[in-house]
Design a protein around this ligand. Sequence first.
Ligand SMILES: Nc1ncnc2c1ncn2[C@@H]1O[C@H](COP(=O)(O)OP(=O)(O)OP(=O)(O)O)[C@@H](O)[C@H]1O
Length: 303
Amino acid sequence: MARKSQKTPYKDNLEYFFAISYPKENSNENKSATRSFFSKPSSDIWHYFLPGQTVADLPSARSKPLEHVIEEKQKDIILSNNTVISNNGWVLKRVTNVHLGTSTPPPESRKRRLSDPDTLEESQKKIILKHQQKKETSKGVMATQETSIETEKISVVPSGSKGFRVEADILEEDSTAPEIKADKKPPLTKEQNQIYQLVVYGQQNLFFTGSAGTGKSVLLREIISTMTQLYGDSIAVTASTGIAAFHIGGTTLHSFAGVGLGQKSVGEHVAQILNSQTTCERWRTTKTLIIDESKKIYEFYMV
Ligand SMILES: Nc1ncnc2c1ncn2[C@@H]1O[C@H](COP(=O)(O)OP(=O)(O)OP(=O)(O)O)[C@@H](O)[C@H]1O
């Protein structure tokens, strides 16, 4: 499905990355790494990305997952034209299931532990997660709205070779933040709805395709949105290429599968997967696998 760059692919998706500060080594602020680590950043360098997105998924980016970025705090890391982790040590991390844009506190069920439970070390701190959303107004002008979410129990824990991991319980949304009204979506067509029903409620294995502009992307986004709400983490959203994955808030199929470039034998890949607890867990917990741009997946990979 061809993508249109002016679209904000994250708008239907309620999962975000957030940035946290890291002190410059030669800065006066570097009195306490822990305290500075949690210092509130100025809003103009907050960035957010799609769930599961890695630096490798972005154009002109280094091929390193975001969770590695924290180890590179002294370097400029250009993610895309307007998205930079600068050399003042800003890092990006993912926060999942942060629901934005309403003035009511999230229900109990929306409080989520955002990372693995096997924490090595915890710090109880508060941080304000800021969310900026660019909206196209009726006059075609891009307006920016900002929402804050307060969290506590932020934990930054060492995570072996992967640098650090961040955990947070979302407490409540900032009730003073302006409400971002959901874009008015057109209803699905009869054909789109038929597929939607089969996938979401009929739980059928399904392949759908169509010519350019027939509404595949709109349908897929609707399916992902509903299924994520209904089934949460058991849905894996993937695509054959990083850029395609970016547009639907997923990861590459290779990244999901944990098989690197996918060029080894099946046996070697199985061993590779079994060797990684995280990958094994992902395979085990995934009940629905969504693959966009699936025709680009090599035949051998679809065994
Ligand atoms: N149910 C619908 N009602 C109104 N407009 C729709 C509907 N579905 C899709 N559209 C519009 O049709 C256009 C094409 O849709 P979409 O981008 O989903 O097609 P596509 O099949 O993914 O195209 P491509 O293969 O070129 O990416 C978009 O402008 C979209 O907003």
